[in-house]
Write a new protein. Sequence first.
Length: 626
Amino acid sequence: MTEAQVETKQFQAETRKVLDIVINSLYTERDIFVRELVSNAADALEKYRHQSLVEKPEFDAQAPLEITIDCDDKEHTLTISDSGIGMTKEELETNLGTIAHSGSGKFFEELAEAVKKDVSLIGQFGVGFYSVFMAAKNVRVQTRSWDGGEGYEWASDGSGTYTIASCPGLHRGTKIIIELKDDAQTYASKFTVEQIIKQYSTFIPFPVKLEGNTVNTVQAIWSRSKSEISEEEYTEFYKFIGNAGDEPMYRQHFSADAPLAINALVYVPAENFEVAGMGRMQPGVNLYCQKVLIDQHSENILPEWLRFLKGVVDSEDLPLNISRQALQDNALVYKLRKVLTKRFIKFLNEEAKKDADKYQEFWNKFGIFIKEGVTSDFEFRDDLGKLLRFESSETEAGTMSSLDDYIGRMKEGQDKIYFINGPSRVAVESGPYVEMFKKRGIEIFYTLEPIDDFVMNHLGEYDGKKLVSADTADLRLPETTEENSGEDAKDKAEALPADQIEALCKWIKERLGDKVQEVKSSDRLVDSPAMIVNVDGFMTSSMERIMKASGQEEGFGMSSKKDMEINGASPLIKKLADLKQTDPDFAGTIVEQIYDNALIQAGLVIDPMEMVSRNYRILERAAGGE
Ligand code: ADP
Ligand code: MG
C-alpha cells in the first residue's frame, strides 16, 4: 500500500483530554485495560450473535464466536481478536476517535473528574478502549464489519492523531495488536494475562482462548440452580456485570415458569453513584433470551426508577430475533417488566422484615429512587407505598418508620395519616403545626426532604387512609383520651370569647388584604399565636418552596391560597384584641409581624428588609419609645 492511502486524523478534543488523563494516570490499575478490551470483544460478539438472528448474514457465517488472545514476549506484543460484529471505516472513526456523549459538557466534566480519581471507572463512561494507552506504545486495530465490506486498520500511539488505511484479507471481526511500553511488558506474558482474565472476565459468555486454551467458564450463572452457586461466584458476577469494585447490598435470584419463563439475577449496589455526583445512571440490567444478549443496559425491561439495579434477565418466551426497537412496545416485554418489578418490590419488603437496619441503610442510599417511582410511575405507586420510610414524632431522631408501622400505632378514631414537611426535625418540632399532635399524642410523620410532599401528594392515600399534611386548612384532629380534658377546659376558659375573636379575625383580614384568603380562629394551636395553612391541596407551602428554590417565581402563575389561623388563647392575641381598640395603627404593625413570623415558620419567603425595619419599630415601642 502507498503512503497516500494512509489517512491521518486528529482525535476529537475531548478524546485527547481523556487520552491525556489515561496516559498520565497512576499505573496501579493498569490491568483493567485487558478487561476493557476483552469486554469490547465480548460486546462485539453479542452484537453479531443478535444480528445473525435478525439478518442471517452470509459473510464468514461459519467463524466460531470466540475471543483469541496471543502473547508474544519476544516482540513484546499482546493481541486480542474476536469474530464479532467488526467495524466499518465510519464506525472506526466515530467509535475510536470521538466520545459519544461529549456534546454535554457536564457529562465530560464528570467523566474527567472520575477517571482522574480512579482509572478503573473508565469503562462506566463508555471510553474503556482508551485505557489501552496505559500499556501501549502503539495500537493497531484491524477490523472488518459483519456485512463483508472492506477491512481497515486504525493505528495510533495515543498522542494527538491516528491513521486509517484499508487492510485487505481480514476475516469478520476485530484484531487489536498492542505494542507494549517498555515498563508494561508483563502483558506479553501468558501467565499475567491469564490471571487478569480469571479476575475480571470469568463470566464472558464466549470462550476466551489464550494460546489455544479456553481460560474462562462459559456457562451462564443466572441459569444455574441457586444451590450450586457460591457466594463468591455471585459477588464476582456482580462485579463483572456491574463493572463494579464494591460488594452488592442485596441480591435477588429467581426463576419462574408461569406466567412467563424468567431467570433473573439482579443486584443492588453498595453505593448510589448518582447521588455521589456521577450524573444520571444508565440502566444496569441486561436482557437475554436463551442466553443470547438481546438488549444491553435495557431501558425496557425495568421502569426507569429501577435504573440503579445491575444484573441479568433472561426469558425464553421472547422471540430470539426481536430487534431492539421492537422491544419498546412489545406486550411481552411489558408483562416481563411488570412481573419483575412486582417481584423486586416484594423482595425488598421481605428484606425489610428480615433485617430492618439493613433496609434502613438501603433506604438512606436508594430511597430517592423509590420516591421517584411513587411520583412518576402510576402502575406501581400503591405497591411502593409499603417501601417508604420517614421519621416521625414517635421515632428517635435519625430512625424511620413505615406507613404500616404508623397505622399500627394509630389512635382510636383516627382515620388519616398525618405528615408535615420541614427542613429539619428540630425546626418541625418547634413549629406551630405539631402542637396539637403533641398534645393529643397523635403521631405525625416528619418529611424532611423537599420532594417528600410531592411524594405524599402523589400517593394520596395508603391502605384506605388519606395522607394529610398538617398545614392543611380546616384540619380536624381526632379527640384522644390522652388529652387532659381539665387542662383543655382551662385553656378554653382563658381564650377570647367567640364574638371578640370573630371581630378580631375580620379586622386582621382587612389589615392583611389579599395576602391571605381568610383569617380564622384555630382549634389546634396550643402555644403559637398564629399559623399559615394551605387551602389548596396542590400548591402547598412545600410545593411553593420547591418552586422558589428551583427559580420558578410564581409557580407557573398559580398563586397559592393560604389562610391564617390565630390562637384565641395566646396572650399576644388577647392583647392584640385590646390594642386594636386603643392603638389600631400599632396593632396593625403587630399583625403584619405575626403574619411574617407565621410565613417563616411555614418555611416561606418573606421580604427581610421590610420585616427588619418593622421589627425595629416594634422593639422601639417595647423599649419604652412612642
Ligand atoms: P464502550 O464499550 O463502553 O462503548 P469503548 O471505549 O470500550 O466504550 O468502545 C468504544 C466503541 O468502540 C464501542 O462501543 C464499539 O462500538 C467499538 N469497539 C471497541 N472494540 C470493538 C471490537 N472489538 N469490535 C467492534 N467494535 C468495537
Ligand atoms: Mg468498552
